[in-house]
Ligand binder design. Sequence first.
Ligand SMILES: [Zn+2]
Length: 382
Amino acid sequence: MKITFLILFFFPIIIFSQNTNGFFNFSKDAFYYEQMSKWKDKIYNDVDCKFETVINNDSIFAFSAKGYFFKELYQLNLDEKERITKIELFFSVHNGDLEEWFPYKYPTQISKIFKTLGNPNITQENSTYHPVNYIQDAEYKFEKYHKWSNVLYKETEVILEVANLKTKIPIRSKKGKIKKYETKEYGYISNRAKGNGEITETEKELNTTIKISDGFIKLWKRNRTELIGLLGQKRFNTSEAWTDINFLTAMFTIKNTNDPKQYFECFRNIATILYDTDLTKFFFDDEKFTYTSLSEGTIAKAVGMNNSRSVELLIDIENWNNSSYLDKYFIMFHELGHDIFDLEHSDGIRLMTTNKISFDDPSLLGEMIFEMMFSVFKKVKD
Ligand SMILES: [Zn+2]
């Protein structure tokens, strides 16, 4: 069986929402934007020096908040029908110990897993684990490993594995020399559906989002030289750091796929963070999304197009509800292209040529989003 896998990263906004209200809320507000850039710079350095020997740099999602440094790596193993057969998650903390973190992220503390599920079927000490990863020779030594062979998790029967490991990470100076080693704790949690498994709607949507990001990255890399010329090397580096698949997937994720406003926010984040283009150049007032009834087959319509002050979309509630996530993504970016950038169908931009989606490969949409933004961005910078 051919196993493909995807690495998924999420912004664990919820975890910190009480303490760092708004910190991760991408906003055109300059303060947050600056904070975010600083934050990104900081962790990128950190990741560069820390993970060389542990996990492929590209496979790490990391963030810090309030003195914490926390990383997580998701791997989804899919079968040939793109059904998820296994979800694996690695996470680590700098401060506090893993036990403390479990309750934030997972249903329960390790000790409570024991309480709820009883003794595991298998417990091992110092066992070796080989992740399915880009790095074939990667190897982890679990200090303690527990496996429950038949557990109900999210209403699905799963095989649940929980483990922890410690490893020494080199801390490097700015010149790249190893200054010291730091011992880090990692947690590992894996669940594998029994039988055929069930892929949830959320997991399908994430799959779509990743493919959109993939398409976007492909063209971003292809146009690197021109982007550097337009943005300047320094600003380009900031943007480029965000095109790491992990960060980009987070940026392209629409948490509530039924909420039109979230597509707008995603649109704005892409323009602001990646292309350094502030949308207030294009409109000043608030954005408005109104549910209504439109002519047959129309999902949404930009009515703010000829009003440069506002963004206003009408959404046909019935068509909207019957549309797939990819349809919604496409139509929202298309209509926002009209409304925000005043683009026409005849402007020679693939995303704008038709308001009907005619493909089912999400990576094509990612390419189209790149092209539209890039084309507008070039005009703005000229
Ligand atoms: Zn149109």
